[in-house]
Design a protein around this ligand. Structure first.
Ligand code: PMV
Length: 325
């Protein structure tokens, strides 16, 4: 086989500034794409394979969904800079890159919206419930606001059941964020389900989600105007609300508290239960050092990276941990 038969695409990971979990209930959210990406190459083949091994689609729901209407098999090669099961959008980035590579291999020219629908469909197929926030951020890149009524730069609106998510592009000032990975892998589905059960049982949980929504609206104005003090305070407040919802853990709390003396604010990011926290800071190296000294892995983030795009060349096909469902 020659290399020129491969079709390659990549997509960025993301982190949530404010609004994870409450966004599942139609509340607002603010998300930034990161400079860490997943790259996928595909080519037609006699059997399905992933990084040189036979691929069992029944065990890989993202691949299963994205190849659902295909009459032939594919070889997949993947390379990831995004730790899986960590709240950095590894499964949405994989889905976005795969969707773009697969559609292009078929000779299509997919729109961003069609890629979001594909990637969101793959996420739902794998994790059962959730919002199109991650899929939108990983396809579009840059900065994304969900359900902010005054935001004019609308990209698309996605509906599912009684929920609606209006997704807009937001331009954000240059801010410096540090991510800290606890190293604890926590799949998204069970965390989302835990919050759903809590909201069914208790009006208290519904009030918290309501409060997170209001806080994110305030955070939107702070983010747009570059008011770091206010944005940081709201992030820390959001972490407390997420903790009450039951999606933090002691390792996340440890990294959040360690980062706070050198940060405007800090919180878990993504579905929680492990995975990553994020701090807004003017002292990224100091925060990175303190995260490292508490056993976490820091990443100094360049945010606002480009969304899903075609790539030249072929993914390395390094053994990739498939995002946990
Ligand atoms: O942990 P991640 O990267 O899958 O982020 C999940 C974000 C949630 O709001 C918890 C779920 C969702 O679908 O929006």
């Amino acid at each position: 086989m020659t290399e020129d038969r491969w079709v390659t695409a990549s997509a960025p990971g993301k982190f949530v500034v404010l609004g994870e979990h409450s966004v599942v209930y139609g509340k607002p959210a603010l998300v930034l794409a990161t400079d860490r990406r997943i790259t996928c190459s595909v080519r037609r083949s006699q059997r399905n394979s992933l990084n040189g091994e036979a691929l069992d689609l029944w065990r890989q729901p993202h691949f299963q969904y994205l190849t659902r209407d295909m009459g032939y098999c594919l070889d997949f090669l993947t390379t990831s800079e995004i730790p899986s099961g960590s709240g950095m959008g590894s499964s949405a980035a994989l889905s976005a890159a795969l969707a773009l590579a697969i559609r292009t291999e078929r000779g299509e020219f997919p729109t961003e919206l069609s890629l979001v629908e594909e990637a969101y469909g793959a996420e739902l197929h794998a994790q059962g419930n959730g919002s199109p926030m991650d899929a939108s951020a990983c396809v579009h890149g840059g900065g994304i606001a969900v359900n902010i009524p005054e935001e004019k730069d609308e990209l698309w609106t996605i509906r599912r059941g009684e929920r609606t998510w209006k997704v807009s592009d937001i331009k954000t000032p240059d801010l410096s964020f540090v991510i800290g990975n606890t190293g604890i892998k926590a799949p998204t589905g069970p965390q989302v389900e835990k919050v759903r059960r809590y909201t069914k049982k208790s009006g208290f949980a519904t009030d918290i989600i309501e409060e997170m929504g209001m806080l994110t609206m305030e955070g939107y104005k702070a983010l747009k105007s570059g008011n770091k003090e206010l944005l940081g305070r709201l992030m820390t407040q959001d972490h407390k609300l997420l903790s009450i919802l039951g999606v933090s853990c002691k390792e996340l709390n440890k990294l959040v508290y360690a980062a706070l003396p050198y940060s405007y604010g800090a919180k878990l990011t993504g579905s929680g239960g492990g995975g990553c926290m994020v701090a807004l800071t003017d002292e990224p190296d100091k925060v990175a050092d303190i995260i490292r000294s508490r056993g976490g892995t820091p990443f100094i983030m360049k945010s606002g990276s480009e969304g899903a795009r075609m790539e030249v060349g072929v993914a390395k096909g390094s053994p990739m941990e498939i995002p946990m469902i």
